[in-house]
Design a protein around this ligand. Structure first.
Ligand SMILES: [Fe+2]
Ligand SMILES: [Fe+2]
Length: 226
């Protein structure tokens, strides 16, 4: 069951937790078989940090939007970037983070590979064809498509962005983009917060960003502006 996306940002119908994400790791063991089947793919592009943290955010978002299909959101976020594990490593940084990186061919490629991986690993674990198709519909275009097609799609997209506001995400992603942490935090506030599709995610992002800016002392550890 997939839910229509109403006007964005979507107002929450459940509790919104803005505490540090380390306090609420992903719960339950039901997805462990899925994790085990993609261990090699988690070794690419720090997916072994990004995917578990984003799953924890996704579960929080599902508590804020209890009407969403939580299993679909959780499995989709877990698998969404595994495709990076099957593309040429050197091209990830050279094409994936420079120039017009949102439109780089390698981005389309990691989405296609992610769908192939979902089709490989989910059916043997007992997931239905209909469920796998819904997962692939979310993975396909998660980086390159502008709009979300459903509430579940919107929650995956927000969870994919939220991990960057935690200090672990800032540590990794600022390096990918070749930016110092302070400049990267500025960019999160300016470019990523406006892309969020749910009110809950906006509240979480702002709370994390305030904490991370303080923790990393970005008010003083920044380039002098001429
Ligand atoms: Fe991605
Ligand atoms: Fe991602």
């Amino acid at each position: 069951m997939i839910h229509e996306l109403t006007a964005t940002p979507v107002a929450p119908s459940g509790p919104v937790d803005t505490s540090p994400i380390a306090l609420t790791p992903a719960a339950g063991l039901d997805l462990d078989p899925v994790w085990r089947s993609v261990v090699p793919e988690t070794r690419a592009r720090s997916n072994d940090i990004h995917l578990p943290i984003s799953l924890a955010y996704a579960e929080r978002l599902c508590r804020a939007y209890p009407e969403a299909n939580a299993e679909l959101v959780r499995v989709s976020i877990l698998l969404h970037d595994t495709g990076w594990g099957r593309v040429d490593e050197d091209r990830i940084i050279s094409e994936g983070f420079t120039g017009d990186w949102r439109k780089a061919e390698i981005r389309f490629e990691h989405e296609r590979q992610g769908c192939l991986i979902a089709r490989e690993v989910l059916p043997p674990l007992g997931y239905t064809e209909e469920f796998v198709a819904a997962v692939c519909a979310i993975i396909d275009g998660h980086d390159t498509r502008k709009e979300a097609h459903s509430l579940e799609d919107a929650l995956v997209r927000d969870a994919d962005r939220l991990w960057r506001f935690d200090h672990a995400g800032i540590a990794l992603a600022s390096g990918w983009f070749g930016l110092d942490p302070a400049t990267y935090c500025d960019r999160l506030a300016r470019e990523i917060v406006p892309e969020l599709l749910t009110e809950a995610a906006i509240a979480m992002a702002n709370a994390d960003l305030t904490r991370s800016n303080r923790l990393l002392k970005t008010d003083v550890l920044r380039e002098e502006t001429p």
